[in-house]
Design a protein around this ligand. Sequence first.
Ligand code: PLP
Length: 415
Amino acid sequence: MKNNPLNLKGRIRDLQHFGEEGGVVPGIDLAVTSTFLDPQDMEKTFLGQKEGCYLYSRHSNPTVNMFSEKMAALENTEAALGVASGMAAISSVIEQIMPDEGGEIISSLTVYGGTYALFKNIYPRQGIKTNFVDITDLAAVEKAITPTTKIIYTETMSNPLLKLSPLVELSKLAKKHNLKLIVDNTFAPCLVTPADLGADVVIHSCTKFISGSSDMIAGAICGTRAFISSLIDVNTGVVMLKGPIMDSRSAHELYMRLDHLPIRVQAHSKSAFTLASNLEKNGIKVIYPGLKSHPQYSDYQKILNSEFGAGGMVAVEMESAEQAMQLAQALQNIKFGLYAVSLGFSRTLMTVPAVTTSSEISESDQKLMNLKKGLLRLSIGYVGQDDVMLERFMTAYNAITQAHQTSMSGWSYDI
Ligand code: PLP
């Protein structure tokens, strides 16, 4: 954590970069390679004896650096690094911390399906074992630690169950056992600042809220200056040597979008809260961390940056995957949202995770994490009128549930 009295909006504001002629917007530095006036400087740069020279864009690029500085300002870390995707961020961090064959990760069971599959199916090939645990059960986490454990891995707000990780307690555990606490903050940018709560490394899939337009694949790694530098070390850096660096065009685009991320997150939260609280009033089973009925509501109040609300993610429990998909289809037909994976878009996106974005998670683990087949995940957008969206949701919901009640054998609805 950097000792900065400003909040994230202030930190982002104070970061200014100018165009070559003093423009209020910096240009994109497209060059992949840079000229050295003194050949000795190139040699020194390779040897790590000289800083501030740009060698090659897979190592560093001025535009990627600008974006990375803004990510560090958002997450209150010393440094950051833009990479090609959220998965590139996750795998680069794990492999940088675990360079030797072997070692163990303790991971929350309720992580994004791709992360689960990476840990479960790919890493054993490299001798890395993952123990999946209920991350809210601190005794279980501590019990899972072995002499070869190196990492505790979790998501601030889990995908798709919106369970909150006890970051302060996990960070104490990590410190006690000399482990690194890695936190994926993709679901909760602005809402929670994991580094302030003790996380060693914070990861983002920038494809989601940070992009905000569902038009780019990108990721970021935020941490200490020493860790970020290690990722681009010319001899041992996983990002430098495996190559998943961010392109400067993407970096520029995301650099600009970070200025309005806090406003967008507030707008997502407002619309999501309006929908979730009204669905609950109408007797619908809904999971949203901003509702008092959320099992961790009071824990959340302690760690959240309150001006941003509880975020844009809402989950609704239907009776079966079939019913959840029918509801999503009906909602799509009446322009409530789009049945599509991903999240953080300005418009509402919907999925049924058990059979889609979390289908990589085995049936038995889905049961263990209490992921119901009928869970409908909603990434609530802010485009549209909240009252109209609520009305549309209720129309579709009533049509689907009534059709199920009247005909258990067949299914039809009329909207
Ligand atoms: N982390 C979380 C929580 C995600 O939801 C996702 C993708 O859905 C990822 C990481 C992976 O990000 P990307 O698709 O940018 O590789």
